[in-house]
Design a protein around this ligand. Structure first.
Ligand code: SAH
Length: 232
């Protein structure tokens, strides 16, 4: 089948309009994040470079600019952008840091981390989410993030130690392998608390054998679930 020049031109216009709409949506998001106290230029510019729309299913893309968590495939959620920004700022990622994310989900937070560090490993228990996240990261040409299909509760021993670890699903306590894989001087952020209630977002810093903890905020995340998913 041949396609005439008008159709090609029309598609290019639609693409350019979408890119412009994404830029406008992200500019509005950045303004809102600034007004909510996010100060780091590095973090804001990393967020600005990642169109959240691309991390949502077609039916939900029109809600991409909302500052709320939204449903994604496999019954999971993409986090609220202001929470992603707050966690990313608190993590204080430097370009030479080796970063671990537990709970790839849509891949949105991983993409942002990928603009801040040269080596990010993101772990996800659903194969479907792993495949989608890999596709989205490839579309955005973010080569610094590797997505692994495995149980994040075990961490990723072969790449440890990590300077930064962020867990985007909640559990009752710090998973031992993650604490063990945190470098000296490293930071780990994770939501702690029982399923279905408000959890506390906790910052853990390793000082030699000692783990210092402080609470950053009250949050609500989906639960950490042991093992890789057998379906989906
Ligand atoms: N960071 C994500 C939000 C993820 S929601 C984003 O930006 O979209 C939390 C994710 O953690 C879900 O996708 C869930 O499947 C995953 N998860 C829960 N338990 C896990 C485990 N043990 N190992 C790996 N991933 C897990």
């Amino acid at each position: 089948m041949s396609e005439d020049g008008d159709d090609i031109g029309e598609r290019m216009n639609a693409g350019a309009r979408q890119a412009e709409a994404d830029r406008e949506a992200n500019a509005a998001l950045i303004l809102s994040l600034r007004s909510q106290g996010i100060r780091s230029h590095k973090v804001l510019s990393a967020i600005e470079r990642v169109p959240r729309r691309l991390f949502l299913s077609a039916a939900l893309q029109r809600h991409a600019a909302m500052d709320s968590a939204l449903p994604i495939e496999c019954g999971q959620t993409i986090s609220q952008p202001s929470l992603v920004a707050m966690m990313t700022e608190a993590l204080d990622v430097q370009s030479a840091h080796r970063v671990l994310e537990v709970g790839t989900g849509s891949g949105y937070q991983a993409a942002i981390l990928g603009h801040l560090s040269g080596e990010v490993h993101s772990l996800e228990r659903y194969r479907t989410l792993v495949d989608l996240a890999r596709e989205r990261l490839a579309t955005l040409k973010i080569g610094s993030v590797e997505v692994h299909h495995c149980d994040g509760l075990e961490g990723l021993a072969e790449k440890a130690p990590f300077d930064r670890i962020v867990v985007t699903a909640a559990g009752p306590d710090i998973p031992r392998p993650l604490a063990d894989q945190l470098a000296d001087g490293g930071k780990l952020i994770l939501p702690l608390g029982p399923k279905g209630t408000v959890q506390q977002l906790v910052m853990v810093e390793r000082r030699g054998a000692v783990l210092e903890r402080r609470v950053l905020a009250d949050v609500r995340f989906v639960p950490l679930v042991e093992g890789v998913a057998t379906r989906l």
